[in-house]
Design a protein around this ligand. Structure first.
Ligand SMILES: Cc1cc2nc3c(=O)[nH]c(=O)nc-3n(C[C@H](O)[C@H](O)[C@H](O)COP(=O)(O)OP(=O)(O)OC[C@H]3O[C@@H](n4cnc5c(N)ncnc54)[C@H](O)[C@@H]3O)c2cc1C
Length: 385
């Protein structure tokens, strides 16, 4: 595995870093406070134009073809400035990849360029349901064939980008009599169809610029051509794509953790107590050492998972390890960083309380860290048996 970035990977990283510093960092606090939706959407469009929405996607469909490592490092740079923007970017890339992996040529040509070009600000990944989160195979949303159409009924919960996504990848039961997980299919569903409504954004702890919505299907008719991939094989698609998405979420958490500890380290160098800089105290040095070590280990796990995926090797175990480790390391880094600022860390005047809120969900979505441990253990035990 190469540990140095290639020229292309560095270029993508630099592009993301410069954009994040110039355009995202100055508005992140205002976005978190619930304003500036126009700026948030404008930034998503600009990022598409910079090639950040289809990083591991073929140029035939408008992607950058820069690979999975480039995707990972770019998400980290964006997340250093704005976690909500990084989440939207990560999901847009994920949706492009799922269409690229199992879509028909017509579907690829129709949908992927809309995200890569910024024509659509976002696309949604609709798997979770109110009664099916960690166990998505237990979903109830139904798709029934009716002549040349499918009719969707049911709902999806906690779907990111619901407010501004142009279309959604939706999983629904197409054969309820099949064994669990075997009768699920994948569909491409455009926003604005009759019978498809989007609930109001959830009020959340963090990542507030990114909307999180319920999707409701009430006799929503979609054309036969909306089926993506093979009938009844959608669950396998979902599981495969979630593994790739976990590299995105681990990379996002890494960005938040680095932003937090970088900020706190600079602060501790400048802040004096007992007539000396905070960095003279071993307790502070240990928090700095611990956090940078754990974030560096996270980076290496993410690189490993990204390289495995890029080279076409199995990567599900590696992606789960990277997501679980990186998100917990980042949470700890945010905790340490806030502690290093003392009372100022708790104040909205500084970004630490935002980082601590934004990082929390990274160990929950795209599979909780308990589920990551199950995935890792299952893979290890299968190999050992
Ligand atoms: C902000 C946000 C954005 C999201 N965006 C999306 C999105 O775009 N698309 C999408 O499809 N979903 C999305 N989700 C949903 C997310 O993936 C789920 O919330 C997550 O998978 C957990 O499901 P749940 O919330 O139903 O919790 P549950 O499944 O009810 O889990 C509750 C607790 O039980 C634990 N648990 C469950 N089963 C087991 C087990 N077998 N062993 C041990 N512990 C277990 C869990 O780890 C957790 O601690 C989002 C969620 C949030 C909060």
């Amino acid at each position: 595995m190469r540990l140095d970035l290639t020229r292309t990977q560095k270029k993508i990283q630099d592009t993301a870093r410069k954009f994040a510093a110039a355009e995202l960092a100055p508005v992140a606090a205002a976005l978190d406070a619930g304003g500036e939706r126009d700026i948030f959407l404008k930034n998503l469009r600009c990022m598409a134009q910079l090639g950040l929405m289809g990083i591991n996607v073929s140029s035939c469909y408008g992607g950058s073809e820069a690979g999975v490592v480039a995707f990972s490092v770019a998400v980290t740079e964006i997340a250093r400035a704005c976690a909500s923007t990084a989440l939207t970017m990560s999901l847009n890339n994920m949706v492009c990849e799922v269409i690229q992996a199992v879509g028909s040529e017509d579907q690829k040509k129709k949908y992927i360029p809309k995200i890569c070009s910024g024509e659509y600000h976002a696309a949604g990944f609709g798997l979770t349901e109110p009664e099916a989160g960690s166990d998505p195979a237990g979903m109830c949303c139904r798709a029934v064939q009716d002549g040349k159409e499918w009719v969707l009924n049911g709902s999806k919960a906690f779907i990111s980008s619901g407010d501004y996504a142009g279309f959604f990848v939706i999983w629904a039961l197409t054969d309820p009599s099949a064994r669990k997980g075997r009768g699920i299919s994948t569909f491409l569903v455009e926003n604005g169809l009759n019978g498809f409504s989007i609930g109001k954004g959830e009020a959340k702890m963090g990542q507030n610029a990114s909307s999180t919505n319920t999707l409701i299907f009430n006799d929503c008719k979609i054309p036969a051509s909306a089926l993506m991939g093979k009938l009844n094989e959608g669950y396998r698609t979902a599981v495969g794509e979630l593994a790739g998405g976990r590299i995105g979420i681990g990379s996002l958490a890494l960005g938040i953790g680095l932003a937090a500890i970088d900020f706190a380290t600079k602060y501790a160098l400048a802040r004096k107590q007992f007539d000396q800089p905070l960095t003279n105290f071993q307790a502070i040095q240990w928090m700095i050492a611990e956090s940078y070590t754990e974030l560096e280990a996270s980076r290496l796990l993410l690189m490993n998972a990204a390289c495995c995926k890029e080279e076409g090797r199995p990567f599900a175990r590696q992606a789960s390890m990277a997501k679980y480790f990186a998100t917990e390391a980042a949470e700890k880094a945010c905790h340490n960083a806030l502690q290093m600022l003392g009372g100022y860390g708790y104040m909205k005047e500084f970004p630490l309380e935002r980082y601590a809120r934004d990082v929390r969900v990274t160990s929950i979505y795209e599979g909780t860290n308990q589920i990551q441990r199950l995935v890792i253990a299952k893979d290890i035990l299968c190999a050992a048996a």
